[in-house]
Design a protein around this ligand. Structure first.
Ligand code: ADP
Length: 261
């Protein structure tokens, strides 16, 4: 039997949250989450197996408790409060499509050890056989690496590699990788395909552009660099408007978004 294509989709906290204009507080972006879940259900019925790496736990926690997110232990507490809230939201939305989802909390160390990775991979393989969508997040209350830097970009690249995915898709607040920051330069040009990452770009400053973004483009490039070295592909596309990733995965037409290959 032909194996389904296995795709890891990573969604950043920028995509899953938005500012409420009346209260000025960060809230969960429900419409975008609904669109993402609908898209995943479409992928599943188009012979894809999907593993979702989702940020957003800290933001979900912050909708309930108002404490300073710049302090790491507060962030950990918010992640711990927000993780079950986030899962509840996913569960509700996936159930509309009769899809079960499951939670896997992982730390980068888990994936460093061969034994731990094998255990986790067994669970993932079984869940996918059962047609469940595993939802992975870093175990932020005990491991702070991605919480401080990365917003799950690096974790998702490791997940794609160790769990034998064909491709990592990063859904971001930016719709492609450009020759310079498009939020600063309006003449920036998007790359369609990238074959290798210039080491200089990996050394650029990390550029978090709001209090929830700890990644910026550099951690995405690090992920792409890691996967390219493993002979795997990565696709960077907008998480605000899913039409480019829809075209690429469903219609097999590369319109927008950057393919690292
Ligand atoms: P997310 O939270 O969606 O994962 P981030 O906001 O952390 O993503 O990172 C994406 C941001 O990186 C973009 O909004 C953009 O302002 C910035 N950026 C800097 N340089 C570039 C570049 N060369 N191409 C694309 N985005 C860039």
């Amino acid at each position: 039997m032909k194996r389904n294509k296995r795709v890891v989709i990573k969604v950043g906290s920028h995509v899953l949250t938005e500012k409420d204009e009346t209260t000025n507080r960060i809230v969960m972006a429900k419409k975008r989450m609904i669109a993402l879940v609908k898209f995943i259900s479409k992928l599943k019925s188009s012979n894809y197996d999907i593993i979702l790496v989702s940020s957003g736990a800290v933001s979900a926690g912050a909708t309930k408790v108002n404490i300073d997110k710049k302090i790491i232990k507060n962030k950990q507490a918010l992640a711990s409060i927000g993780q079950p809230l986030l899962m509840l939201m996913y569960q509700e939305k996936f159930s509309k499509y009769d899809i079960l989802c499951s939670q896997i909390l992982i730390s980068a160390d888990d994936l460093d050890s061969r034994k731990q990775t094998a255990h986790a991979k067994n669970a993932i393989d079984r869940l996918l056989e059962l047609e469940v969508v595993p939802i992975i997040n870093e175990n932020d209350a005990t491991a702070t690496e991605e919480l401080v830097f990365g917003d799950n970009d690096r974790l998702s690249a490791h997940v794609a590699h160790y769990f034998d995915a064909d491709m990592l898709v990063i859904l971001s607040d930016i719709d492609a990788y450009y020759n310079k920051d498009p939020h600063k330069y309006n003449d920036a040009i998007a790359y369609k395909t990238v074959k290798e990452i210039d080491q200089k770009e990996l050394e650029a400053d990390h550029t978090p552009n709001n209090e929830f973004a700890t990644g910026g483009i550099v951690t995405k490039l690090e992920s792409a660099d890691f996967l390219l070295k493993q002979n795997k592909q990565m696709f960077l596309a907008s998480g605000f408007d899913l039409s480019d990733i829809y075209s690429f995965l469903i219609d097999k037409v590369h319109k927008g978004g950057t393919l690292f290959k």
